[in-house]
Design a protein around this ligand. Sequence first.
Ligand SMILES: Cc1cc2nc3c(=O)[nH]c(=O)nc-3n(C[C@H](O)[C@H](O)[C@H](O)COP(=O)(O)O)c2cc1C
Length: 417
Amino acid sequence: MANLSDSLTFRHGATVANRFVQPPMLTNSGEDGYATQDTINYYNAHSKSGGMVITEYMYVTENGGPALTWKRGREQLAAYDDKFVPQLKKVAQAIKHDGNKAIMQIAHTGREANFRAMNGKQVFAPTGLEDGLDFPFLPYKVHSLSNEQIKEIIAGFGAATKRAIDAGFDGVEIHGANHYLIQQFVSAYSNRRHDNWGGSIEKRMNFPLAVTKAVVDTVKQYAPDDFIVGYRISPEEIHGKNIGYTWHESTQLIDRLTKEFDLDYVHLSMPQFDAKPGDAMLLDTDKADSSFKDSTKTLAELFHPYLNGAKEIIVGGVNNREKAEAALSLADLVAVGRETIIDPLFAEKILNGEDDQVVDEITLDQVKKNHMTQGLIDNYSGPAAGIPLPGAANISSLHQGFGGWAEMKYPKNPEVK
Ligand SMILES: Cc1cc2nc3c(=O)[nH]c(=O)nc-3n(C[C@H](O)[C@H](O)[C@H](O)COP(=O)(O)O)c2cc1C
């Protein structure tokens, strides 16, 4: 078995210094799509979070975000135009200044682009109102994408990859997880199309395949040979009776993606690194029926036969050496999310044997050291908190407002509500 301190070389030649990865995490620090000084300070403070640091998700076309945004200045970042490149360069430099790899996560958030609706703009998904699909859990309307728009989004993933190369990133991660647009296409629940992009599982794979082709073609044309391309996937989408897909289908997709495009890595998005079939995935609200618990193996292991030379990253709940080593026994690389928000030196401390120095709860003192963005502070210090952060109550005095998603106001406009 590998050690956490072992280096790893991806199939296209890039080497990371150790097995820790910082996974993508929204910092809610953008303004009009641009990274701000708050964003850059945060990434500067996180340059040692792992041999590889993956940025938060950036939207690749104008209609692809912002998601999970409650006001201007607390936004998701954008990569849909060359005007964003100078700030993206600063993000890449901040991450890389200690010699680690910087990966940019590229995404389209589809129906989750809530801040568009707040600004009176249309929100899009594979299937929406025009085709009779309503999302009862969303407080705004969702429209079906046209074939023309789908092609623009695919091209947008290619163009955003070019911007990542120009900004000096070492790679890109295609965000195919967590209920955003790519997952919405793969999901039988969200995708009710009958054209090239929907229907059978083969057709529901056409969008992720086309996106990955656009990314890989761009990399072949413009990037250094060792540029890293990864793909993030939620292994299952099961909400009670609403079944998007199971691991039997997601492994088929990964098999095709890794065979056809020589991906460097596959990143399984899970709330627990040792999750098994039928365990709820991130943001899945309803429990799966016991019939979905059809293997005693972990999802990490069930994906092994389908990686075809790609490395595997797993994530979820790692905050000490024991869990990091248990995760590394199942995969090639271990991502540590919330614990690196709290303590960006977590990986370094573990690698140096300074386990007793690890901070595992957020405090006022730690907020200064880790350069937590005001957006993350607002998200965690008030009533809103998404995925819980240990110690969040300690920082309530820093709260500058955000009462939670139920409080959000959407304009009464025929396009929106
Ligand atoms: C504040 C926050 C923001 C996140 N933003 C993203 C994101 O931009 N893209 C993504 O793929 N996952 C995102 N995630 C999920 C994390 O990458 C990770 O999978 C999850 O937090 C579980 O890992 P952990 O238990 O180590 O935190 C986010 C999680 C948190 C806590």
